[in-house]
Write a protein that binds this ligand. Structure first.
Ligand SMILES: Cc1ncc(COP(=O)(O)O)c(C=O)c1O
Length: 443
């Protein structure tokens, strides 16, 4: 790895220091309280073993209640772009908190909300664009689905296998990742959803496009929704040309193409938008995760001709109390400034390539590793086919102080989404730690 990105340890890029072994005694106490306090999600427990409870975090480091120091290769499911508690974001949020934390939605918006909408609209390329802000990724996808219905009058949606667009009622219907997410609620969800296989190579791409064309030709589909790189589904990059053919097909049949860039967007995949990097212009783009600089914020952005569908003479038909709250909007404005000022997105593309090269060289020889793929700091180590194998790997890594997450339909993929500000030194240490843990698992 190059040594060009090595901030001092004081910037939150210190190696793990975990003693004696995770989880710490205090974390165990906290975990027991969590089990009592939280609704009992999952198979009979509130959190997955071995589990830690976060107490504070800075940069790429997370600390548990006993002061154990971890390195965060998950970054809040990809949402922490500039590292935890970035000093400039913290100062900005504190300043905003002392001036204005809440306005009155669409009725009397804040200056921060308007400025953020202007910046996002301007960053989307040839416009003009309009923006609907929300609090979660699921909000942004919901806004996109509503836009499509308003614009086309059609209830049908084409979505993809392995897709994850959030779990509130509109997007959960689109979920192609695990049936468990929607099975209990199926009777209350949109029944006009069609799933098409997410392609990973040219042949699969052609088959999926034929299937999409067949579905669109039926005439009830108003939206084609896709993650331009499959995120939780395992960091799958579709074949060249697939996304442009998909948007053309949607256009031909007057359905809106919706790119869910909630994970890929804002630099995580080494581009402001993956769609922009490959020269594709969808009708609607969803952003979320990192947008609020650690605060809940999301956006659905579209060309004003498409967004015109919201115009009505009678009533407002979409809003929410905290959408585009001044606190989150101020943080987002500062985050976007810092990303640009420090050329972080460009560096992420280059550093991601170097890291993936190092990972491939070191880990590919291990029998357990099926494939290493991704873009920027959205990296997957596919350990399939054994179901749950990535969870085993993540538990081992946690024991030595590395926080990772898992993906894929069977939790067979280890997902690495570190802060974009992680040092080269820590990436090298991460490669060593992964080698150690995956070698042990390889037997
Ligand atoms: C691509 C994508 N879309 C939407 C969502 C949902 O975002 P949220 O959890 O903020 O609702 C996620 C969350 O992981 C995601 O990865």
């Amino acid at each position: 790895m190059s040594a060009s990105f090595d901030p001092s340890p004081a910037s939150g890029n210190e190696e793990p220091r975990v003693s004696p072994a995770a989880p710490s005694p205090s974390s165990k106490d906290w975990a027991a309280r969590a089990v009592q306090a939280n609704a009992p999600m999952g198979p009979g427990r509130g959190m997955l073993p071995p589990g830690i409870v976060y107490e504070r975090a800075f940069g790429s480091n997370v600390f548990d209640a006993d002061g154990n120091r971890y390195v965060d290769l998950a970054a809040g499911f990809g949402a922490i772009l500039l590292g935890h508690c970035h000093p400039e974001l913290t100062a900005c949020i504190a300043d905003q908190a002392s001036r204005l934390t809440q306005s009155l939605g669409e009725v009397f918006p804040s200056t921060e909300k308007i400025v953020l909408q202007e910046i996002l609209a301007q960053k989307m390329g040839p416009g003009p664009h309009r923006v609907i802000l929300g609090q979660s990724g699921a909000d942004a996808v919901t806004a996109a689905l509503k836009t499509a219905v308003l614009a086309t009058g059609l209830p049908g949606v084409v979505a993809f296998s392995g897709a994850y667009h959030g779990l509130s009622y509109a997007p959960v219907a689109l979920c192609g990742l695990r049936t468990s997410y929607k099975a209990p609620f199926a009777n209350q969800l949109n029944s006009h959803i069609h799933h098409v296989p997410y392609p990973s190579n040219w042949e699969e791409g052609q088959e999926s496009l034929s299937e999409v064309a067949r579905l669109l030709a039926v005439g009830d589909v108003g939206a084609v929704v896709i993650e331009p790189i499959l995120g939780r589904g395992g960091c799958v990059i579709p074949p060249d040309g697939f996304l442009s053919s998909l948007t053309e097909l949607a256009r031909k049949y007057r359905a809106l193409s919706v790119f869910d860039e909630i994970w890929t967007g804002l630099g995580r995949c080494g581009s402001l938008l993956y769609s922009r990097a490959i020269g594709v212009i969808p009708d609607l783009i969803c952003l979320g995760k990192g947008l609020g600089g650690g605060l809940p914020l999301s956006a659905c952005i579209g060309h004003s001709q498409v967004m015109q569908a919201w115009q009505r003479d009678d009533e407002v038909v979409h809003t929410s109390t905290f959408a585009g709250t001044p606190l989150a909007a101020a943080a987002a404005i500062r985050l976007l400034q810092i990303l640009e000022r420090d050329a972080i997105i460009e560096q992420t593309l280059r550093r991601g390539e170097l890291w993936m090269e190092a990972l491939r060289k070191r880990l590919s020889p291990l029998t357990i590793v099926r494939e290493i793929r991704g873009r920027g700091f959205m990296v997957a180590i596919d350990l399939g086919p054994k179901a749950g194998i990535a969870a085993e790997a993540a538990n081992r890594l946690l024991g030595s102080g590395w926080i990772t997450s898992t993906g894929g339909g069977q939790r067979e993929v280890l997902i690495l989404t570190p802060p974009l500000t992680i040092s080269d030194h820590l990436l090298m240490c991460a490669t060593n730690a992964l080698h150690q843990s995956l070698s042990e698992l390889s037997g």
